[in-house]
Design a protein around this ligand. Sequence first.
Ligand code: FES
Length: 119
Amino acid sequence: MDHFFNPRNVGELPNPDGVGRVGNPVCGDVMKMEIKVADGRIADIKFMTFGCGAAIATSSMVTEMVKGKTLEEAMAVTNRTVAEALGGLPRAKLHCSNLAADALHRAIEDYRSKAAGSQ
Ligand code: FES
C-alpha cells in the first residue's frame, strides 16, 4: 500500500539510455519505463503509467529493486519476484505486475540494441 500511495521514481529521465513501453491487453493500461545505464548497472530509473493501483505499486517496487543492480540482475526480476516483494498480490491483479517487469526488460533490450548499434 505504501508503494501505491507514495510511488517512488515516477516521471521521466532526460536522455534515457533505454526506454520500454508496454500495454496490457487485459485492461488496456499502459506503462513506460526509462533507464540510465553506467558501468553495466542501472544508474537511474523512472516510470510513468496510466494504470491501476497495483500497476503503480509494482512499478514503484521494480524501480526500487533494480536501481544499482547489473543489467543481468535486473533481467532476472520477474512479475513473481515483484509480487513477492510486495507481500503478494490478489490473483486478479497478478497481470498488473507483468506490466512493470515487461517494461523493465524492454528498456534493457532497447539499451542493448542501441549499444550494439553504436559499436
Ligand atoms: Fe490494468 Fe492492473 S488493471 S494493470
